[in-house]
Design a protein. Sequence first.
Length: 149
Amino acid sequence: MRAGKLACIVAFAVLICGLGQAQGPMPAKGASVHDRSIYEELTKAPKKAARRINPLQRDPEAVAAGAKLFDLHCAECHGELAEGGKKAPSLRAPEVQQAAPGTLFWLLTNGVVRRGMPVWSKLPEPQRWQLVSYIKSLTPAENPAQSQP
């Protein structure tokens, strides 16, 4: 019985991932805030990296370019509208939308390999900032914790 529980825990851990490709199911709409631990990788960015400012934050063309890059590299896992899917979490979640641009850039650069998020360090730095611009331009999703009675 104990081995069965351990197998279930391991299987569950494999399904739940950071911001990447081979991720498990996302918290259901209206899920409790405790189910949102999938976004904990955002808290692991070094302070120096998190303080980085997006040099393209005022460039309206960066958002459009980032949208094209997102379609090419990210939509397959994060969904066409970045609302998450079977493989990756929503990028409209409050945890992502409230993250510093430098944190998102750091996560894109370093990935979360153990959870399936690829390392995008070979993508030129300006393109990674364009992705950050696009992600930050998304309309945030409703915070499920605030909508529950």
